[in-house]
Design a protein around this ligand. Structure first.
Ligand code: ZN
Length: 658
């Protein structure tokens, strides 16, 4: 464990709450202590209210905040005196508890207080820190875990058996902690859940957390259960996996009832775990802590039998639903993690961000499982305890609060020519509708176009078959499949009359505007066929297809041939449910080709001001990249569900086309 406290940094945080923010961030910074919203911290502060009465307030982490990035506003101020009275009740239902916490805050705009608020209140220390440290879990989740925990901590920590988080846990701790705490007690271990530390100052409480977790690490190291050997020998397979990945993702999405993003993690660590001979036993014990099940489900799928997984999940639900705390409706029965000897670890979620969170959680779970196995045998909680948390109304409510997902959530699009102009605008329109996007462009700027988990920019020359295949392989590993394809990349060579047109220039235009799109269509078709909601393709054509212009022979001919190719694709792919439509934009001037100078010279050529030149169409309206992109995105959506083989102009109305 590394103690990250730094006096200079700490001096930048002011007051008791300021230092609470600082050390909370230090805890959040270490993923072996807390992950994605896990863990919580608090500080008790005496302060006067508006009418001058002084009262003790518990500032406790609010839900929806991550410790790593928390600010003062992320702490919910709750009246201590009332919390201590609540802790003495015999029973308090979850909805009642939530109501009491919300109605006893002193700032109405504060976030909902953590479900562990009452537990923080009953610990008689100014600062309280709580994490789900990997090392502690590796010990508590091992055969004989409780004795081992007592052996490690002695009087330093009170050990509490597993009880579901919430009021019951707070009440149990309220009864046992004062009875069992000794003079030297600096923490509390909750079996199969995590660890608390506390102190009079933020630094002391933080230092003690590090010290307590270090003890667990030392114990594991002393029992040859810390270092995890055997990862170096494994070679990472470089066989193409995209067809298999897309097939698996389709089956799982169908089982879920909605499309999901699936990330393939075939790093050495994941492969080493997935290739263990005992993976079918180790991975089927249960999660490291019950709250992981909300994101990861109780068990990963080992191998590829999705139907068997679904059946087992249904049985798990029917076993425990009758005795559940509240009447429960079954969640989708699809796995969120797949362990496969070739693919390593695949993780699923309704967005790339969610799939990445699942991956982070399971990466730590693998560590906990392997260390516990070395120590004496991994023991997760009985499935009933996991079920209670997975179907806990408070947790389900958090998920429901996120509302209706955007129209393309869980789906992936590939856009060519993504670094600028219409392609770049398409990326934005699709991201805004919840899709993950693979952006290809020969311009290396595409790589850094968006710093988001749901965008993958790949530098790619689409005229190279090998480059396209490599890009698809990388894209499918990142997102699991392909649902939509936007063929946009193209070139517009300068005006040349046929009499002067060089064969090389002709061929180059054909290669980019036509041949490359054939490669893309051919390679993407098997993937589009596996789209859970059926595949869609939009081709960016040109006004020059219905109304060519002199001096643009290569461009007009290449776009007309591409148009015909798309029409054939609409006919051939209809049986697979894939819709193919073409947009014909015209005079879109906010693209890379149209610099201010070019625009000015063209306008001068027609003897009109630039503004007028831009709107030379029936509607007298300027057509932007965004207009084209929005229509392309909509054509992939439900509005156009029954349309294929269509050619739609997006040009403000052109007299020659009309
Ligand atoms: Zn906890």
């Amino acid at each position: 464990m590394k103690n990250l406290w730094n006096d200079t940094e700490a001096a930048g945080y002011h007051g008791e709450l300021g230092l609470r923010v600082y050390t909370s961030r230090l805890l959040g910074h270490d993923p072996s202590l807390v992950l994605h919203g896990g863990g919580n911290t608090s500080v008790k502060i005496r302060e006067p209210d508006l009418v001058g009465d002084e009262e003790e307030i518990l500032y406790v982490k609010g839900s929806g905040w991550d410790l790593e990035f928390i600010e003062a506003a992320g702490f919910s101020p709750v009246r201590m005196a009332y919390l201590l009275k609540l802790a003495r009740l015999d029973a308090l239902s979850d909805p009642q508890m939530v109501n009491e916490l919300l109605t006893h805050m002193t700032r109405s705009s504060a976030p909902a207080p953590s479900v562990e608020t009452i537990l923080h209140a009953i610990l008689p220390y100014k600062y309280v820190d709580h994490t789900h440290a990997d090392a502690v879990l590796a010990v508590t989740n091992t055969t004989g875990g409780e004795e081992r925990t007592r052996e490690i901590y002695g009087d330093k920590a009170v050990v509490i058996p597993y009880v579901m988080p919430g009021f019951d846990l707070a009440r149990l701790c309220a009864a046992r902690f004062p009875a069992e705490a000794k003079a030297g007690t600096i923490g509390m271990v909750l079996m199969n859940h995590g660890i608390f530390s506390f102190g009079d100052t933020a630094k002391l409480s933080y230092d003690r957390m590090i010290e307590l977790v270090q003890r667990a690490e030392d114990y594991l190291a002393g029992h040859q259960s810390w270092a995890l050997p055997g990862r170096q020998q494994l070679a990472i397979p470089d066989k193409p996996v995209r067809a298999r990945v897309a097939q698996l993702r389709q089956e799982i999405s169908k089982a879920a009832g909605f499309p999901m993003i699936m990330q393939v993690h075939n790093d050495r660590r994941s492969l080493a775990f997935a290739n263990r001979e005992d993976v079918g036993i180790l991975s089927q014990q249960g999660p490291a802590t019950p709250d992981h099940a909300i994101r990861t489900k109780r068990l990963p799928l080992v191998g590829g039998n999705v139907d068997a997984y679904v059946l087992a999940y249904r049985n798990y639900f029917s076993r425990h639903a009758p005795s559940a705390r509240e009447p429960s409706t079954m969640l989708d029965a699809a796995p969120r993690i797949v362990l496969d000897p070739q693919l390593g670890m695949c993780t699923l979620g309704r967005s790339a961000k969610n799939a990445a969170i699942v991956a982070d959680i399971y990466a730590h779970t693998m560590d906990v499982i392997e260390r516990a196995t070395l120590l004496g045998g991994y023991r997760a909680l009985p499935e009933k305890d996991i079920f209670d948390v997975e179907y806990w109304d408070l947790e389900q409510a958090k998920l429901r609060k996120s509302g209706k997902p955007p129209v393309f959530s869980g789906e992936t699009t590939l856009v060519t020519g993504a670094a600028s102009g219409i392609g770049k605008a398409c990326v934005e329109s699709l991201l805004a509708r919840g899709a993950a996007v693979i952006g290809l462009d020969i311009n290396p700027a595409v790589v850094n176009l968006h710093q988001k988990k749901d965008f993958l920019g790949i530098r790619c020359d689409v005229t190279s078959e090998e480059a396209v295949i490599n890009a698809l392989e990388a894209g499918i590993k990142a997102f699991g499949g392909l649902d939509m394809l936007i063929l946009n990349a193209g070139v517009f060579p300068g005006g040349t009359a046929i009499a002067a047109l060089k064969s090389d220039d002709w061929r180059k235009t054909m290669q980019i505007n036509l041949d490359a799109n054939l490669i893309l269509m051919r390679e993407c078709h098997p993937l589009l066929k596996l789209a859970p909601r059926t595949g869609r393709m939009v081709v960016i054509g040109s006004k020059n297809v219905p109304a060519p212009g002199p001096g643009a022979a290569a461009y007009s001919a290449s776009k007309a041939a591409l148009n015909q190719l798309a029409r054939v694709a609409a006919l051939e792919w209809g049986a697979d449910g894939i819709r193919v439509n073409v947009l014909h934009p015209n005079a879109v001037f906010d693209t890379g080709i149209w610099t201010a100078e070019v625009l000015a010279s063209r306008a001068a050529h027609y003897g009109v001001p630039v503004d007028e030149y831009k709107k030379k169409n029936v509607l007298n309206a300027e057509v932007t990249s965004r207009d084209v992109a929005e229509l392309a995105a909509e054509m992939c959506g439900p509005l156009f569900a029954k349309t294929t083989g269509a050619q739609v102009p997006v040009d403000g109305g052109n007299e020659r086309v009309i």
